[in-house]
Design a protein around this ligand. Sequence first.
Ligand SMILES: Cc1cc2ncn([C@H]3O[C@H](COP(=O)(O)O)[C@@H](O)[C@H]3O)c2cc1C
Ligand SMILES: O=C(O)c1cccnc1
Length: 346
Amino acid sequence: MTTFHIAPLNNDITAALQHKIDSKTKPIGSLGQLEKLALQIGRIQQTQTPALNKPTIVVFAGDHGVAHEGVSPFPQEVTYQMVFNFLQGGAAINVFTKQNGIAIKVVDAGVNFDFNQHPGLVHAKVALGTKSFLHEAAMTPAQCETAIERGAAVVKELHEQGCNVIGFGEMGIANTSAAAVIMSLLCDIPLEQCIGRGTGLDDEGLIRKKVILAESMIRHNKIEKTPLNVLSTFGGFEIAMMCGAMLQAAAAGMLILVDGFITTSALLVAAKINEQILDYCLFTHQSNEQGHSLMLAHLKAVPLLSLGMRLGEGTGAAVAYPVIQAAVSFLNEMASFESAGVSNKA
Ligand SMILES: Cc1cc2ncn([C@H]3O[C@H](COP(=O)(O)O)[C@@H](O)[C@H]3O)c2cc1C
Ligand SMILES: O=C(O)c1cccnc1
């Protein structure tokens, strides 16, 4: 497996950054979480004047064999249909990225459809969807490795083009099932608490999803619960690619915008491989999908927004982006007590 060298954040600049934040014309701490964000971004970039360059959201799409077991109210075809929607600019993620000046890249990680060449689509297909993990491992270890490497390659290229802030999104019918099992095994949380309604299962559908996922876990209960085994047995190609992409982004010192339930499950795998990655992550929102709040708590992550969204695609990251811009702007542009001649006596 490729190793990713992720540097721990150097503390040399921390005191100077905190002093700069505290010297701004405002009561100490009054910009709340924005102040923590500014400190983290300054530490990641090792500068008191950070900049957000070429912000990009990469949407990885992949199909899941387990979609055929009735764990999602939507058919598998919706995955490739949504890829066309992304390419035509009609999906929620297109609207929010456009609104906030974020570039978007769509990656075919393993959709069950043969796409023609398209300038907006990166062809990184590992296979035409995973196998159903109810019956066999979703992917082979070699496929998992390939997906991780291809995800890393996408990020490497963006970084070389000057991007230093990258968000991740996904599309893959049934991927809340994959994410729930990954969460249960890697966080050691009972499966029941990790399973939600996904795209909107009714009560009966939710019970079916719970039965199928519990049976799947029993089928594979002999596997050693290493992050890579869990990923290859239950994951999707889009989840594995996001995992590799995130590890590469941290290795390159980029800011990582973490989206909802599925994106966070990819980070969970990445963090179990190298926990240093967490220093580079900004948790953009708390999804309404049951399990996301517990997953975030496991990672000791405080999300920026909580809007009751449960869509994926990277939409939480795109919507939260102006908040991240606000943190950088106040640090760079606000006057200090001294420069503005404002009295700093409480
Ligand atoms: C039209 C449509 C657009 C979407 N965009 C993201 N998802 C989201 O829903 C799927 C996961 O939910 P489940 O596990 O219940 O299938 C993923 O594709 C996810 O990104 C969508 C789902 C649908 C139907
Ligand atoms: O939070 C998410 O990422 C999510 C939740 C439900 C369905 N699809 C995605």
